[in-house]
Ligand binder design. Structure first.
Ligand SMILES: Cc1ncc(COP(=O)(O)O)c(C=O)c1O
Length: 396
């Protein structure tokens, strides 16, 4: 059993192990593309690399249209506006705050609905109670890259006359019933932020099979310009730069290797965590394509002898910078906490899951040996929970 740093002061790892450390597929290839950008002197405004990136994404996801954007938050704002969402929109609270902000920013009310504790995505049985005459849409998030219950959401949306869109920020490379995420609902929005499975420093993409919507989104992403000097629509600046596309294209060439690494680490965590009471690893459906970008664990205090927050402190002392996610839930963040102080009454599963989840490091720099050490720390912390609690209480 490893000695715990919380007791000895000596961490297992000399360097911090981060969650969401950027993965870079091929530095040389990226620099080569960057040189070409500089030679062409075409840095942004729908350059050739952005066009190539869009075509490749559309082909991989089997969607008609892909519009790259500077980040997913702006992408969500544009897609929401282009699709005509207004009034109230039903969203999960268990998501990154950008999902809610993209609505509130446009004075659309995010109405938080609860999640299914087994999947962490919107629970279709808890949506209809929130529908009012002002509701115009449902906006689901494919949390951890695991798909929302798409068919049930489509059924509710159709029956109640609502639009349906997806925040697919973490879900690049994932499938649902054999179809790649990207073509569901009216539109889906991916993030290519540095921490994401596919990264372009900052960046994102809106995908849709709707020709009219795609045309609107393209205009809105570029101030509404339709050719030189001709603005035909309200718009913003959501453009992706060429250097982002160079990074995105380079990383796209490496996604199969990255999935293999993430999958290997996930399997190693699965094997090493088995039999430790009080931790449950969130499982991926092996019948689907997944990016395995998130190693998600729920901590059950009653069985573990430690709370999730105590375990996070133990891991941080070892230089394992595990993260709470999506703690404390959007409804407990501003401005939502003040605007909708009673939202939590309808979100018991969100509150329970948000209090129990941690995400552990994975990606290119994490080896099976590192995974084994991290799991050994968790096992040791639970086995010595009383001593750990005493040491933690001395610290605060
Ligand atoms: C679910 C979700 N939505 C939206 C975003 C925002 O993405 P971006 O950082 O590209 O704006 C993120 C990023 O972390 C996310 O996880």
């Amino acid at each position: 059993m490893p000695e715990l740093a919380i007791l000895t002061g000596s961490p297992a790892f000399t360097h911090p192990l981060h969650v969401g450390r950027p993965n870079i597929a091929n530095q040389e290839r990226f620099l080569e593309r960057t040189g070409q950008i500089l030679d062409r002197n075409w840095l942004t405004n729908n350059g050739p690399l952005v066009q190539e990136f869009e075509q490749r994404i559309a082909a991989i996801l089997a969607v008609k249209h892909c519009i790259c954007v500077c980040n997913a938050t702006i992408g969500l704002e544009i897609a929401i506006r282009a699709a005509g969402l207004k009034g109230e929109v039903i969203v999960p609270s268990y998501t990154f705050v950008a999902t809610a902000h993209a609505l509130q920013w446009q004075e659309i009310t995010p109405v938080f609905a609860d999640i299914d504790p087994a999947t962490h995505t919107l629970d279709p049985t808890r949506i209809e109670r929130h529908i009012t005459p002002r509701t115009t849409a449902i906006l689901g998030t494919h949390v951890w890259g695991r798909p929302c219950p798409v068919e049930s959401l489509v059924e509710i949306a159709q029956r109640r006359g609502l639009k349906l869109m997806f925040d697919a920020a973490p879900a690049f490379g994932c499938s649902h019933r054999g179809r790649m995420i990207g073509g569901f609902g009216l539109a889906e929005v991916f993030s290519f932020h540095a921490t994401k499975f596919l990264n372009s420093f900052e960046g994102g993409a809106i995908t849709t099979n709707d020709d009219e919507l795609a045309a609107k989104i393209r205009l809105m992403t570029n101030f509404g310009f339709s050719g030189y000097d001709n603005v035909i629509y309200i718009g913003t600046n959501g453009k992706m730069t060429e250097v982002s596309a160079a990074m995105g294209l380079t990383n796209l060439e490496g996604i199969e290797d990255l999935v293999a690494v993430n999958r290997r680490n996930y399997e190693a965590y699965r094997a090493c965590l088995t039999g430790i009471p009080g931790v449950a690893l969130m499982l991926y459906d092996i019948a689907e394509r997944g990016n395995y970008q998130y190693v998600v664990v729920e901590v059950n205090e009653a069985a573990a002898g430690l709370t999730r927050d105590e375990l996070v402190k133990v891991l941080h002392a070892e230089n394992v910078l595990a993260r709470k996610y999506f703690w404390p839930g959007c409804h407990r963040m501003e401005p939502y906490r003040s605007l909708y102080p009673y939202a939590g009454m309808f979100l018991p599963e969100t509150e329970r899951v948000a209090a129990r989840v941690i995400v552990l490091p994975t990606g290119q720099t994490i080896t099976v040996e590192i995974v084994s050490t991290i799991c050994g720390i968790i096992r040791a912390a639970f086995a010595q929970s009383a001593a750990v609690r005493a040491a933690l209480s001395q610290r605060t």
